[in-house]
Design a protein around this ligand. Structure first.
Ligand SMILES: Cc1cc2nc3c(=O)[nH]c(=O)nc-3n(C[C@H](O)[C@H](O)[C@H](O)COP(=O)(O)OP(=O)(O)OC[C@H]3O[C@@H](n4cnc5c(N)ncnc54)[C@H](O)[C@@H]3O)c2cc1C
Length: 400
């Protein structure tokens, strides 16, 4: 056996899983197509990740949280849901939770950088993580005795457990023959950072406007100018998004201020622009013989509820706990009972919100008159029904 555990993909989920397993007496190899310098100092990718209080706790335990510069942690106090041209908003306030903020916003590339640094430290302390970069998983075979992996370079590796953490379009999961339900919303998201005249009061917006969906993720003020700053997400059919990627900044700024109905005043582009296709994925199985999926490879959420990486952390914490316990008690780390328990727990934690998100986004992007009426009525009802808002606040803080 070359290693105890092979992890395919050194994204945030793969790195955090390796860190969570380090020091348990197990040998771990992480396989990643990108070169190591790209992991050490990842490029900005447009994503601001809303982390729940529970995820913050897990990242503290993994030694990742302490690596963030406090200035890069933007508090998320409230969440506002808007519909169409109406100024009415359903407000999920932090007062509905036990916390001074619902969660925190951190740039995805900073999460990746901090997770890499935590893994690098664990490698030098325990010497139990091998990083194989510039290579990717090309073929797999698992049976009762072992998991075998063939890399693009031709190299072959054997382990007791193989974990796929190689994105929602996981090649490793596909190579295992696991089917997935994929929902293509036929839209793309443009993400960038912008400054704006009006304050955001640290409230996130999810705005189901007619013909477009807008999200505003409140960041700390721009350190250079002191101006109000947010991550902005615009969702539209791809053919409308693509030209906006290269639109001159002055035109883009004007167009975005208009799309926000001037509610933020003048807006200025502060970062590069990035586009992501809106595709949600749920695999039919999360485990197989000597195999498990984590992160987006296990659940590829629609970003509207900001739960993708939060679910990723939840799942990898669960899997790492089971593997560590099995190893400590001398059991097979890939025993079918523990893998089945992982699948059951993770499905229970993620499947209801995954399905609810599909339903909500379908309703709130339906432009027929009855749907418009229904979405407006649902928001007003939601605003008055405190138990519902408390449940949403609990979900945003990650309370169980
Ligand atoms: C616009 C946007 C906003 C989001 N906002 C939020 C939010 O607010 N809150 C939240 O919780 N989540 C959010 N998410 C989701 C979050 O970004 C993902 O859940 C998270 O990045 C998934 O991490 P991962 O490690 O599972 O996968 P990825 O980040 O996709 O990493 C996968 C890794 O696998 C590697 N890889 C690919 N193929 C192979 C192969 N064949 N072999 C080996 N390695 C391979 C890749 O190079 C990569 O490093 C958002 C996503 C988007 C697009």
């Amino acid at each position: 056996m070359d290693y105890d555990i092979l992890i395919s993909g050194a994204g945030p989920a793969g790195l955090c899983l390796a860190r969570a397993l380090s020091g348990s007496g197990l040998s771990i190899a992480l396989i990643e197509p990108q070169p190591e310098p790209a992991l050490q100092d990842p490029a900005f990718d447009g994503r601001e990740i809303a982390l729940t209080q529970h995820s913050a706790q897990l990242l503290r335990r993994l030694g990742v949280w302490e690596r963030f510069d406090p200035a890069d942690l933007s508090p998320l106090r409230d969440a506002r849901v808007l519909n169409g041209a109406s100024p009415f908003a359903m407000v999920i306030g932090h007062q509905l939770s036990r916390h001074a903020e619902l969660g925190w916003l951190v740039s995805n590339h900073l999460i990746r950088r901090a997770a890499y640094a935590a893994v690098a430290e664990a490698r030098s302390t325990h010497g139990d993580i091998t990083l194989i970069t510039g290579d990717s998983v090309n073929g797999v075979h698992t049976d009762r005795d072992l998991a075998q992996v063939r890399l693009a370079s031709g190299r072959e590796l054997r382990a007791r457990l193989l974990v796929a953490a190689d994105s929602r379009f996981s090649a490793t999961r596909r190579a295992m023959g696991i089917a997935a339900d994929l929902h293509d919303f036929g839209r793309s998201m443009l993400v960038c950072v912008m400054t704006h005249d009006a304050p955001h009061d640290h409230a996130a917006w999810e705005w189901f406007d007619h013909g477009q969906t807008l999200a505003l993720l409140p960041m700390n003020p721009d350190p250079a100018s002191g101006q109000h700053r947010s991550s902005v997400v615009l969702t539209l059919p791809s053919q409308e998004i693509d030209p906006m990627l290269t639109q001159p900044a002055a035109d883009f700024n004007r167009a975005m201020a208009e799309r926000f109905h001037q509610r933020l005043g003048a807006m200025q582009l502060l970062s590069t622009r990035h586009v992501y296709p809106l595709v949600a994925v749920y695999p039919r199985q999360l485990v197989a013989t000597r195999f498990a999926c984590v992160g987006d490879a296990a659940v590829g959420m629609h970003p509207v509820t900001a739960h993708g990486f939060n679910f990723g952390l939840l799942g990898l914490d669960n899997l790492a706990g089971l593997v560590r316990a099995a190893h400590a008690s001398g059991r097979d780390i890939a025993n079918p009972a523990d893998l089945a328990r992982y699948e059951q727990t993770h499905r229970r934690a993620t499947r209801p919100l995954y399905l609810a998100t599909q339903f909500i986004t379908r309703l709130y992007t339906d432009e027929t008159p009855p749907a418009r009426l229904l979405r407006s009525a649902a928001l007003r009802l939601g605003e008055r029904f405190t138990p519902f808002k408390r449940a949403v606040a609990a979900s945003l803080t990650g309370a169980h």
